[in-house]
Each structure stands twice: as structure tokens, then as C-alpha cells.
Design a binder for this molecule. Structure first.
Ligand code: FEO
Length: 408
């Protein structure tokens, strides 16, 4: 990857995570990778906005790209740390050993983290205040606190003359970036659709819990004239930044419901008796033209299930009783949905039991504070009979009526 000019003397430095087995945040699969972007402003004083994680050869690669702008790491005068999560600050410890003069601009909450994560003393940093301006030669920077997008100390940096927003995690997505396709106007419609789906998955995995902060952040930034969005993950939006702004607004508003007129089915089965009703449910949903997404627990990764559940107005759980409670892998999946604040959903549950039930009672207790509207459940003993299948058809028809009313 080479350093890329964005406009005037503003450049992107970036790396891609190429290891298909790497888990982002140690949890989330990223088979298509993720880019980690920093931004360099070269001028009377040289500014670097955000660093990179200290994995693979990423610090070396950032150094090489900075040298591509005919600068050394030691030439950076101002280091802006929008966010202290180690995917953006992992290089900080070594950077500050090499460059002993750069002044760090970050939020007050980030200052103790400089020491905690990177052994960098507070004396090297200036705590910004919300809206604070900093003129650096021809560049007019302004800092905005945007807490919890994605951790409490996060901020964004705006360049007022060129109307560039360096948004850090916000407006980011999974997916590696190709060498000469870094801007939204350089990629195909198909690639846009790919990044859109990777943005949803990134949002559901990383940001969703903080959706109320996203809405607050968007409100705060609404009067900024934004011509270019430079996120710390993903492509740069210079042709139509409103696309990703509107995507993020839509994702955040899903938390308040209703989301899209889709249903995510998550199913588990021990001996196939719950699995036997799956096709009946899917057939009814499809007959009603409701898009349906099907995941198995265990089997499908929670990162993918979360993205689907986040955008779906409806959730259907198919799960048997196991030792008087919910089938354990499903219980874990539901816990994951609740941690990520997947809320305001229309919900139904189907499931078999053998000797005695218990899953439904456990399900209701564990989802009591979920914000889910549980419309009903249907259980049967052993294998489902034709009468059970018919009752399930009727239940799903009724479920569809409510869902369509909810989303129209
Ligand atoms: Fe990309 Fe919250 O770090």
C-alpha cells in the first residue's frame, strides 16, 4: 500500500488486515479484512491523525508510507489521537520513543489512557475542549468530543477550510481497501453493496450498543458542512458522504424500532425435532414476501447473527428445552443479542421438549428486560405432528400480520 493524497497536502496512510483468521477485538471474524487508516497533514507543522495497531508489520508500514510524503516519523509536530483503542494507538509507545517532540491532542478522558496503554506521560498531551480550534499553517482544525463512538474518550477532528471530517470509528466498515480504490467514487456498485453490508456488520458488532450516542453525535455534527469523510476504517467518502451518514443514522435508529421488514430466524435442534418445523416457518414468511435470514446456534458466528438481527424487525427463535432450560448455545446467542442491545423486536418462539418443558420459562425470564415484544410461543412434545405443523403455520401467519403492521 502507498500513501494516498486526498486533497492538497492531506494524505491517507493505511494498512489492511490480510490474515483471514484474525479476530477483530479478539471476537469478530473479518474474513474480508479491515483497513486501519491514519491521516497526515504536511505543512508548516506536520500533523498525524491517529496511528495504527502494533501487529504484523503495521508500524513499519505506516513509517514507510509517511516517508512516501518525504517525512520521517521524527518530523511529526502534532499527533491527534481521536481514540485510544489499541487498533489506532497500539503504535503510540514506540512512536513516542522515536519522536520525542510531537504534542498530542486528545480528550481529557484519553490522557490517563496514554499512560495506561502506552506509558506516555500526561505532560506530552494537551486536552482538547469541545469545539476547540487549532490553526496549523493553512489548516484550521477543530475538535469535537463524540463520547462512546466508540468508547468514552472518543473525539473527531474537522478541517474547516477543506471541510474534512476525520471521524475515527464512526462511518467505518469492515473490508480491506484496494490500492487505487480508496474513494467512494472509485468503486463499483457491487463493491458499494459489499462495503454497505460490511458497514452494517461492523456497526452491529462494534458500535450498536452505543446507538443513542451515535444519534447524539449525528445531531451535534448536523450543522457542519462535511465535504469529505475520512474514517479510521474503510473507504473515504468525497463524492457523496451523505450515503454513509444516512446509513449510520438508519442503523442507530433501528435501536428504537422498527427496523427493516425482515425476519431473522435463529434455530437450534438436538435430534431434529425442532428443525422439522423450520421449513414450515420459512414457507409462510416467504409466501408473505418477508425477507428471511436463517442462522443456527451453534454453527453460525454471533458477529453475523448480530448484523442480521440488528436490521430485522422480527426475530423468531426455534429452540428445544435442554435440562429444564433453553438449549445452551441458544441461551448464549440470546445473551449476546442482549449485551449488544438488540431491542424493539417482534418475537416468537417455537420448540420441542422431551420429558418436560422449561425452555419457555427460562426464555421469558432471561428476556424480561429485552424490550422485545414476545407475541407468543408454540411447543410440542417429541416430534412435531401434522397438527403441530398446521398450528405453527397459523401462528406464523398471525405473526406476519403483526410484523407488517409494525413496519409499514
Ligand atoms: Fe477502531 Fe474503537 O477502535
Amino acid at each position: 500500500m502507498h500513501i494516498k493524497k486526498i486533497v492538497d497536502d492531506v494524505y491517507r496512510v493505511s494498512v489492511n488486515v490480510e490474515d483471514k483468521n484474525y479476530l477483530f477485538e479478539g471476537i469478530w471474524p473479518i474474513p474480508h479484512g479491515i483497513s486501519i487508516n491514519g491521516y497526515l497533514i504536511k505543512g508548516e507543522k506536520n500533523v498525524l491523525i491517529d496511528l495504527t495497531q502494533n501487529i504484523f508489520d503495521f508500524p513499519k508500514e505506516f513509517t514507510r508510507q509517511i516517508e512516501g510524503a518525504k517525512l520521517e516519523v521524527e518530523d511529526i509536530d502534532i499527533l491527534v489521537i481521536n481514540h485510544m483503542e489499541p487498533d489506532h494507538s497500539g503504535w503510540l509507545r514506540e512512536f513516542c520513543k522515536k519522536n520525542t517532540k510531537a504534542v498530542i491532542y486528545c480528550t481529557k478522558k484519553a490522557i490517563p489512557l496514554l499512560q495506561a496503554f502506552s506509558d506516555v506521560p500526561a505532560e506530552r498531551a494537551i486536552a482538547i475542549t469541545d469545539g476547540m480550534e487549532l490553526t496549523v499553517g493553512d489548516y484550521e482544525l477543530q475538535f469535537f468530543e463524540t463520547p462512546n463512538i466508540h468508547w468514552p474518550e472518543t473525539m473527531m477532528t474537522y478541517e474547516r477550510k477543506r471541510k474534512i471530517l476525520f471521524s475515527c470509528d464512526a462511518f467505518g466498515c469492515y473490508g480491506n481497501i484496494e490500492e487505487d480504490k480508496i474513494f467512494d467514487d472509485q468503486i463499483s456498485q457491487e463493491k458499494h453493496e459489499f462495503y454497505e453490508s460490511e458497514a452494517l456488520r461492523y456497526y452491529a458488532n462494534i458500535v450498536a450498543t452505543f446507538s443513542s450516542f451515535v444519534l447524539r453525535g449525528l445531531e451535534k455534527l448536523k450543522d457542519l458542512d462535511i465535504k469529505i469523510i475520512c474514517p479510521s476504517h474503510g473507504i473515504i467518502w468525497r463524492d457523496n458522504p451523505s450515503v454513509i451518514i444516512n446509513d449510520y443514522k438508519r442503523y442507530a435508529e433501528y435501536s428504537k424500532g422498527p427496523a427493516e421488514r425482515d425476519v431473522t430466524i435463529i434455530w437450534s435442534s438436538m435430534y431434529g425435532n425442532t428443525k422439522q418445523v423450520l421449513n414450515t416457518i420459512i414457507e409462510v414468511l416467504r409466501k408473505r414476501d418477508i425477507p428471511v435470514h436463517v442462522y443456527q446456534a451453534p454453527g453460525d458466528d454471533a458477529g453475523y447473527v448480530l448484523a442480521s438481527a440488528w436490521k430485522s424487525a422480527g426475530l423468531i427463535f426455534c429452540m428445544p428445552t435442554y435440562e429444564y432450560k433453553m438449549f445452551p448455545p441458544m441461551a448464549q446467542m440470546i445473551e449476546e443479542l442482549l449485551v449488544k442491545k438488540v431491542t424493539n423486536k417482534k418475537v416468537y418462539r417455537f420448540g420441542s421438549f422431551g420429558w418436560v418443558g422449561g425452555a419457555q420459562k427460562d426464555f421469558e425470564a432471561k428476556t424480561e428486560k429485552s424490550g422485545w415484544d414476545i407475541l407468543g410461543h408454540y411447543e410440542w412434545q417429541g416430534a412435531p405432528t401434522e397438527a403441530d405443523q398446521e398450528a405453527i403455520r397459523t401462528a406464523v401467519e398471525g405473526y406476519c400480520d403483526t410484523l407488517i403492521d409494525f413496519t409499514k
